[in-house]
Write a protein that binds this ligand. Structure first.
Ligand code: NDP
Ligand code: MG
Length: 381
């Protein structure tokens, strides 16, 4: 039996993780969760899975649940609550499915406590990849990818030698606006941006997909997870989202992982690794129905965020921290209808341009830069 702590249980990845656990009660047991503000769903999760520890984002919700549940479960809240869940003694795996760099500190604590990390929260690796990966190495902890592209690469790499990898090829669906020019994007609405053609996901990552920043964050995530330099990580537009990513080897062979767009495949593989389990309601690919797959070159002018991310990743140091924090703040402003869609990459670029890069930032420096960047972005509109 694997005992699981789940951060972000009420989100898109969180609820799909619950589905995987629900399908395999003989393999997985949920022991601790964090949630944000969705208390109604939290009550349902408590009643179905009976976790021993539940942490909510705000003190008010904590008081509310305390009055309802008394001492029948352990309750907590805020940053401390995230940490408690991340290092909960009984858990052997932490699934990090929160949104944003708020996931960084709990992940580092979980690594120090020796937990295996199933990582959906890419912002954690973009913000402080050097700290996360070196802590994982130091404590002998595995970081297993949940992001579908990285899960695909991880699956392609099973049984292969690192020294024989030539390059990673990450596929991109193109997001909600893939067929629009930059001019077409003037005045697009939040509702239009939230309408992703292939995947149903949380709001922030759906906007990241529309700006292509999601792919940029994934390139940086892949760099850290697989220890591959940026000039050996390519992105190709593949509108069907059937091939989830590929690895090319030195003998020119390319391995790909294919499947229906269903995040539960990647989540379940991270939880069951090194084994595979059945996915009862999974949709099999019908290749004859699909007919053909398309691949196109990425347009880095059109998808400016992808270029910004490659540049920040290559420069390294504290610049990816700025990239991530600026993006989180700008996307939040767009979702709250404070800025236009095309301002997202403009504001991020301004934050990147003014930053004096620190080569090897420690955790306190990262925390400061993350906060300072958010404040700066909020002065720009
Ligand atoms: P959602 O917005 O659907 O869910 C986010 C979860 O985090 C919710 O449980 C939310 O709580 C909680 N949360 C948000 N902010 C805070 C906070 N400040 N403190 C504590 N909890 C918080 O996001 P997704 O599930 O889509 O994405 C989660 C992560 O996984 C992101 O990093 C994303 O990039 C990554 N990812 C997602 C994919 C997808 O298909 N959705 C695919 C690949 C990666 P509540 O709702 O209760 O307020
Ligand atoms: Mg992805």
């Amino acid at each position: 039996m694997k005992y699981i702590s789940l951060m972000g249980a009420t989100g898109s990845i969180g609820t799909q993780t619950l589905d995987v656990i629900r399908n395999h009660p003989e393999q997985f047991c949920l022991v601790a969760i964090t949630v944000g503000k969705n208390i109604e769903l939290t009550r349902k999760i408590i009643s179905e899975f009976k976790p021993e520890l539940v942490s909510v984002q705000n003190q008010d919700d904590y008081e509310k649940l305390k009055a309802e549940y008394g001492h029948s479960i352990r309750l907590s809240y805020g940053q401390n609550g995230l940490l408690e869940v991340a290092i909960y003694e009984k858990a052997t795996i932490l699934v990090n499915a929160v949104m944003g760099s708020v996931g960084l500190f709990p992940t580092l604590h979980a690594i120090q406590a020796g937990k295996t990390i199933a990582l959906a929260n890419k912002e954690t690796l973009v913000t402080a990849g050097h700290l996360v990966m070196s802590a994982a190495e130091q404590h002998g902890v595995s970081i297993l990818p949940v992001d579908s592209e990285h899960s695909a690469i991880f699956q392609c790499l099973q049984g292969e030698k690192d020294s024989e990898i030539d390059r990673l090829i990450i596929t991109a669906s193109g997001g909600s606006f893939r067929d629009k020019t930059r001019e077409d994007l003037i005045g697009v609405t939040v509702e239009e941006a939230l309408n992703h053609p292939n995947w149903s996901m949380g709001a922030k990552i759906t906007i990241d997909s529309a700006t292509m920043m999601n792919k940029g964050l994934e390139v940086i995530e892949a760099h850290w997870l697989f220890d591959i330099p940026f000039d050996k990580i390519d992105v190709v537009l593949h509108r069907e989202s059937i091939i989830h990513s590929m690895v090319e080897f030195q003998d020119t062979s390319i391995k790909a992982q294919l499947g229906s767009p269903d995040m539960r495949v990647a989540i379940q593989y991270a939880l069951s690794y090194p084994n595979r389990l059945p996915l009862p309601s999974g949709k099999r690919l019908n290749l004859e129905d699909i007919g053909k797959l398309n691949f196109e070159k990425m347009d880095y002018k059109r998808f400016h965020c992808l270029k910004l991310a490659y540049d920040a990743g290559r420069t390294g140091g504290s610049l990816p921290t700025v990239l991530n924090a600026a993006n989180e703040a700008a996307v939040n402003a767009f979702l709250n209808k404070k800025i236009a869609f095309l301002q997202i990459d403009e504001l991020i670029e301004r934050a990147l341009d003014r930053h004096n890069v620190i080569k090897h930032p420690d955790l306190d420096t990262i925390k400061e830069i993350d906060q300072e960047t958010r404040v700066y972005i909020n002065t720009l509109f």
